[in-house]
Write a protein that binds this ligand. Structure first.
Ligand SMILES: *Cc1c(COP(=O)(O)O)cnc(C)c1O
Length: 428
């Protein structure tokens, strides 16, 4: 693969105009949209409008006149189009961690009379998911069981498992589960499923209803470009919608919050997942982010908003893998699955010769070059990882070429060995 090949791919790329929907700093190749999405060009003016007009002029009237009140549901309907859910099944609210607490509590409540005692997850799951599960299990008398590989799943799905809690695309490796098959296996074993879509929503096609999943949550500030700390989302299958218990039973999840009655009566459906007054400015930012992803709908014919994004995402990650292997195969091994069916929208590399600081320092040196990826620490069992996220909305194939060119420069000149790149920052 050559630079000319990459330029040719860019010329044929129907999604290339979508880059104009974003404000990217000059000279930056951004490969970290999996951690914090890029600023939508429309966001500053929209957020300013919410602040100066809707808040400044409308004041409290804006809950009605600017439709603040139903914002979590309205944005939820936009998210639904990206995750194979129907309108009315999703709300945008709170953080992923808090939403996980709510859905896991609900799922465990539903299994209360089953006698089942385990929550099953993966040791490699994102830590917040494990921490929330750990404390909920302790509080409610369940045991958290962790498997080390998806190969152990079938054996681990015993008749003692109440809930299977998985992240669809692994944050470290980019490996993706077969949601439909895994959900079917969980159901056959009598377990409910909770899916974390933090690295899936806006990154890969998701079909929650088709997979017959039970509960799902996901993140607003990664591939959905909602801004730092943007509200997250929560989905529940309609078969559970009238039944599930919400442990954070605040007034916004009440069937009639403005009747101010002394007792809690949950709203029908997913609306009960709201807790208190919603962060309107942050929700306005999230809407701008969602609109950037939904803009891809125009290019997708009848295949839903994610189809064209997915084919470009795979082409970008394929190109990156090919170029890394062509130019620095002696330095890295590929951690992300090659099989398209098992790959999210990121590529992770580990050092061929294990080294305590090289992965971190190479990422730091690359950032100094304007190539922003990130580093995820390993331990005795798992390698340190260089992680590169590929967002088809604003990345092109020449960006991929240039990123690999910078990697080669950082390695060839041993730049990463400089002291300045070996000092750990608080956020990695
Ligand atoms: C990013 C991420 C989160 C983030 O949770 P916050 O509550 O937003 O901090 C949770 N789970 C997974 C799997 C993630 O990748």
């Amino acid at each position: 693969m050559t630079l000319d090949d990459c330029r040719a791919l860019d010329r044929q790329d129907p999604l290339a105009p979508l880059r104009d929907l974003f404000t990217l700093p000059e000279g930056v190749i951004y490969l970290d949209g999996n951690s914090l999405g890029v600023l939508p060009a429309a966001a500053p003016a929209r957020i300013a409008q919410v602040v100066t007009e809707e808040w400044g002029q409308g004041l409290i009237r804006s809950w009605n006149s600017a439709s603040w009140f139903d914002l979590p549901q309205r944005l939820g309907d936009k998210v639904a189009r990206l995750i194979g859910a129907a309108p009315g099944e999703v709300v945008c609210t709170d953080s992923t961690s808090i939403n996980l607490y709510k859905v896991l509590f609900a799922a465990l409540s539903q299994q209360r009379d089953s006698g089942r005692k385990q929550v099953l997850s993966e040791r490699s799951n994102f830590p917040t998911d494990l921490y929330i599960a750990e404390s909920l299990c302790r509080e409610r008398g369940f045991v958290l069981t962790l498997i080390d590989s998806v190969d152990e799943l079938r054996d681990a799905l015993t008749d003692d498992v109440a809930v299977l809690l998985l992240t669809h695309v692994n944050y470290r490796t980019g490996a993706m589960h077969d949601m439909k098959a895994v959900t079917a296996a969980a159901h056959a074993a009598g377990a409910l499923t909770v899916w974390d879509l933090a690295h899936s929503a806006g990154a890969v096609p998701v079909a929650l209803n088709e997979a017959d999943a039970d509960f799902a949550i996901g993140c607003g500030y990664k591939y959905l470009n909602g801004g730092p700390g943007a509200p997250a989302f929560v989905w529940v299958h309609t078969r559970h919608a009238g039944a599930f218990e919400q442990p954070l039973s605040g007034w916004w999840g009440h069937a009639a919050p403005f009747e101010f009655t002394p007792h809690y009566r949950p709203a029908p459906g997913v609306g009960r997942y709201l807790c208190g007054t919603q962060p309107i400015v942050a929700l306005a930012g999230l809407e701008c982010g969602l609109d950037t992803v939904l803009a891809a709908e125009a290019f997708n014919g009848d295949f839903g908003p994610m189809a064209a994004l997915r084919s470009k995402s795979l082409a970008l990650t394929d190109a990156f893998i090919a170029l890394v292997e062509q130019r620095c195969a002696d330095r890295f091994t590929l951690v992300t699955p090659r099989d398209h069916a098992q790959r999210g929208s990121q590529v992770c590399l580990a050092m061929r010769e294990p080294h305590p600081t090289a992965a971190y320092a190479i990422v730091q040196a690359l950032i100094a070059h304007g190539v922003i990826g990130d580093y995820r620490a390993g331990d005795a069992q798992t390698p340190h990882i260089l992680r590169f996220g590929f967002t088809p909305l604003y990345l092109g194939f020449e960006d991929v070429w240039n990123a690999v060119e910078h990697i080669v420069q950082v390695l060839d000149a041993n730049e990463w060995q400089r002291a300045e790149f070996n000092q750990k920052n608080a956020v990695t």
